[in-house]
Ligand binder design. Structure first.
Ligand code: HEM
Length: 474
């Protein structure tokens, strides 16, 4: 048994699984007013470990995470424990340059968020997952305990119960890395040149070897061991605006096709036509058995499609074609190729997604027909991801791939779903989307509106259970 598997009793269960069968989720964002009372109350909660979840079918999952501000308020002083990530210590909204890199500009800027910045920075995140029948009683039980627990409720975020679908109508949660619980990977070999889905434990859990073969925990006293960094962003989606813009840009009959090209998958989650089935180590699933190696020009899947930006798999270099002699030289270590560098790069930037969507369901047809003044309840994603290195994983994916107007040789565009659309660097546009249409004609569509607005966000530390006990000790 690998070390990580042996320590499953010390690992919060969400590291390994999303618990899709527990269809209701609540995300409670708390501020601590009375640290001693809060520590005592948090100590009394039963946190679900991976060992619990493996031993029996759980009907309730409780997970706890802290911002750096929360650890400070609780009296734990993360700044004096060497090894906590600087991004975590700063906080997601703690530095203007970070906000700029993450694309948190214009209407997405932290000053407009409902929670996450300044006085609205949360201290504690409590995640509750349960059945639809049981969740309300759990929510009431926790919320009514808060005054005596020395905490105030900054936000109570509720998911909807459509697990596996996001509000624009696409299947979500299709591609996830397979964590190497068995400890079979030996990163650094020539086999790493081929895209694989299996991921070293140290990419998500502190205390284990990562994709460089190094142990990803430098916190003093091993407080990080079996912990992870949890990124939470509340991303509101303008479902009506998305589908009405698509209908205008491509006609009502072409809207679905253009939406699928922007996402880079079909609505039911299949790879786009023209991406040949390719065995990928670490998945048996047809929907994940592909790379972009056979599609260097983005004819099957646009280079700038959301999934291709978020995980370029074989290459984030569109000119990454291989010739026999280049390959031979590169295998002999005499010459690197762009594609090998890029393949090597892709496995250093994976994230494990654990979010859920919120708000009412609206089909594309309803969204296209909805009148301007139809009252709409907000909908979106409580985007949550886990990683061991905030800078190299989440921040790189969000900043260098999703938000960048210079991704993979494209310019003047950013992620077609997520971009803020504001010009950057003194006037460079970011609101275009280029693709090759079904007839093989290159198309450049300009003037994309903003479809997603950031409503809140924070970086959390999700400790192992021993780390949690140390944080909450009196
Ligand atoms: C409202 C916001 C978002 C929407 C509607 C959205 C939608 C989707 C959809 C439909 C997929 C394809 C299905 C799947 O593989 O799960 C996907 C994949 C993915 N998304 Fe997002 N997403 C959003 C935000 C984000 C953000 C903020 C990130 C990271 C910073 C991200 C990273 C990913 C990754 C890594 C994949 C898998 C790519 C792959 O391995 O093929 N997404 N997303």
């Amino acid at each position: 048994m690998s070390a990580a598997a042996a320590e499953s009793g010390d690992i919060q269960a969400i590291v390994d699984r999303g618990f899709g069968s527990l269809r209701a989720a609540r995300y409670l964002l708390l501020r601590v007013i009375n640290p001693a009372a809060a520590r005592a109350w948090l100590r009394g909660l039963t946190v679900t470990s991976l060992a619990n979840a493996r031993s029996h079918r759980v009907s309730r999952v409780d997970q706890i995470a802290f911002t750096a501000a929360g650890l400070r308020t609780l009296g734990f002083a993360p700044d004096s424990v060497p090894g906590f990530a600087p991004e975590f210590l700063d906080g997601m909204a703690g530095d203007e340059r970070r906000s700029h890199r993450l694309g948190d500009a214009g209407e997405n800027a932290p000053q407009y968020w409902d929670w996450g910045a300044g006085e609205k920075e949360p201290h504690v995140l409590l995640i509750l997952l349960s059945t639809e029948e049981a969740i309300e009683a759990l929510e009431t039980q926790i919320v009514s305990a808060l005054p005596a627990a020395g905490c105030t409720l900054l936000a109570l975020n509720r998911s909807n119960t459509r697990v596996g679908h996001e509000p624009f109508g696409f299947a979500d949660g299709v591609s996830q890395p397979a964590l190497d619980w068995e400890g079979t990977l030996h990163p650094g070999g020539v086999r790493d040149r081929i895209y694989r889905n299996r991921l070293a434990m140290g990419e998500v859990l502190l205390g284990y070897p990562n994709e460089y073969g190094f142990v990803a925990d430098h916190t003093a006293k091993g407080i990080g061991r079996n912990g992870s960094y949890l990124v939470y962003r509340q991303l509101e989606q303008d479902v009506r605006g998305f589908w009405q813009w698509l209908a205008q840009a491509a006609g009502p009959d072409g809207a679905g096709v253009l939406a699928e090209r922007m996402v880079g998958r079909t609505m039911d989650g299949a790879p786009l036509d023209g991406l040949p089935e390719t065995p990928v180590e670490g998945t048996q699933d047809r929907d994940n058995s592909f790379t972009f190696a056979a599609d260097p020009d983005g004819i099957a899947c646009p280079i700038g499609a959301h999934v291709r930006r978020a995980n370029p798999r074989s290459s984030d270099d569109p000119q990454g074609r291989r010739g026999f002699f280049r390959d031979l030289l590169s295998s002999a270590g005499l010459k690197g190729t762009a594609i090998h560098d890029a393949v090597a790069a892709a496995r250093f930037h994976r994230i494990v997604r654990r979010g859920r969507s919120y708000g009412p369901a609206m089909s594309p047809g309803e969204a296209m027909a909805a009148g301007e003044d139809a009252p709409l309840e907000p909908s979106g994603i409580h985007f949550i991801c886990l990683n061991a290195n905030l800078a190299r994983q989440f921040e790189f994916v969000q900043g260098a791939w999703i938000s960048s107007h210079n991704f993979a040789g494209l310019s003047g565009e950013s992620d077609p779903l997520l971009g803020h659309r504001k010009p950057v660097n003194g006037g460079m546009a970011t609101d275009a989307f280029s693709h090759v249409d079904r007839q093989g004609c290159p198309r450049l569509i300009g003037g994309l509106p903003r479809f997603v607005t950031v409503k809140g966000g924070a970086y959390f530390f999700l400790p192992g259970l021993k780390g949690l006990a140390a944080i909450l000790a009196d």
